[in-house]
Write a protein that binds this ligand. Sequence first.
Ligand SMILES: Nc1ncnc2c1ncn2[C@@H]1O[C@H](COP(=O)(O)OP(=O)(O)O)[C@@H](O)[C@H]1O
Ligand SMILES: [Mg+2]
Length: 158
Amino acid sequence: MKTATLHSSSPQQTLALATALARVLKGGEIVLLRGPIGAGKTVFVKGVAQALGLKSSPTSASFSLMKKYHNKKTVLFHIDLFRLEGEEVLNLGFEEMLEDEHAIILAEWPGPIERMLPADRLEMNFVLEQGDARTLELSAFGPVSCRLLEALCLAAPL
Ligand SMILES: Nc1ncnc2c1ncn2[C@@H]1O[C@H](COP(=O)(O)OP(=O)(O)O)[C@@H](O)[C@H]1O
Ligand SMILES: [Mg+2]
């Protein structure tokens, strides 16, 4: 496991970090985003999708829980399972995502699906500070996610 602590002092800085992550994504990476409402998790995910030049595409039953973004070569799933608990969530159409080992998965409130995902994942805990300041506590649990963590550290403001 590898850990690091980064800081963001504005939405723009969070977007710059998202862009830095997007540059090193190849497909198949898992990122779990933790932290309270308003911490910037969704800002970060949208920044990644935008930096990759992806368009959102309609999803089925789980439309509000799972948003799919894609272009010709990349698929990204944005999951948000806020307040959902329990196994019944697993019947809501995550099969496509879980079976695609080349999909990029960015999950807010990942609770119910957490243990279905590969162990090599980057965890980003967004901590609210004064005003627009955020602390980002990163943990990487394998070689793929360590690469992502290092790329974020290189891009972070000192
Ligand atoms: N440093 C920052 N990084 C990200 N968002 C920030 C930052 N400072 C202020 N914000 C604002 O906080 C809000 C974060 O919202 P959102 O990304 O939806 O939060 P979450 O998904 O964690 O609940 C946005 O309105 C954004 O403009
Ligand atoms: Mg959110």
